[in-house]
Design a protein around this ligand. Sequence first.
Ligand SMILES: C[S@@+](CC[C@H](N)C(=O)[O-])C[C@H]1O[C@@H](n2cnc3c(N)ncnc32)[C@H](O)[C@@H]1O
Length: 238
Amino acid sequence: MILTAVRNRAISPHRGGEDAHEFTAISMKNMVYTGQFFIFCMERFQNTRQPDWDWWGKLWPTPGEALRQLGLSAGDSLVEIGSGNGYFTLPAARIVGPATVYALDLDESLLAELESLATQQQIENIVPVHGDARSLSEFISEPVDVGLIANTFHGVDDQAALLEEVTAVLADTSQFIVINWQNLPKEETTIADEPRGPPTELRLSPTETATIVSDATGLTQTQQIDLPPYHCALMFER
Ligand SMILES: C[S@@+](CC[C@H](N)C(=O)[O-])C[C@H]1O[C@@H](n2cnc3c(N)ncnc32)[C@H](O)[C@@H]1O
């Protein structure tokens, strides 16, 4: 478990600097009182480490094309939940720019990599957000056109609670995209001769995912798109 002092969170760049009002306005969700201090608990979802780019790049040689296939287009503001170091965020920002792309992750070092890559690539419309996705709506203050969660949903402990947070940040007309590893035994999803992806028991079928999302959000599933060799995207709209 990663524990971050509340104060750190209040001075994150997204929050725009240290501010006593922001400090007191933070909700008590995810707070633990130690007897002396309140601390903010940030805990990684299960089996959601950022994959190494050597094999990730073999699996996803053209992430931007995959996003275009899913209908992402210029002008769509977006939040990627669990953005990691930006394998999808960076091409997403190129596609939707100048609209804003929020990249939320609880791993600050991955967000630092993302910022450095964005600078190198002269991409200026990404807002990195350090925080726990369980409190997404506390970080994103304007409604977004697209919510994206890629390679992360399988590990979410309380999916209904996370989806409630997602719904809270989606605009009245918006899309939600879930990209999951296919529901295959892990031994069958090999790259560079190694089994990759989450453990078999965490993988969700498209039907399971669609039911969980629709039940929790009331969003309507519009499409299911296979992203060979091992992924599947589900699209929902509000
Ligand atoms: C498997 S990686 C996927 C990264 C990126 N979406 C991609 O597909 O390349 C999952 C990411 O989710 C982040 N993550 C895990 N638990 C999180 C949480 N509770 N809140 C925010 N981010 C989280 C991890 O730090 C990691 O960067």
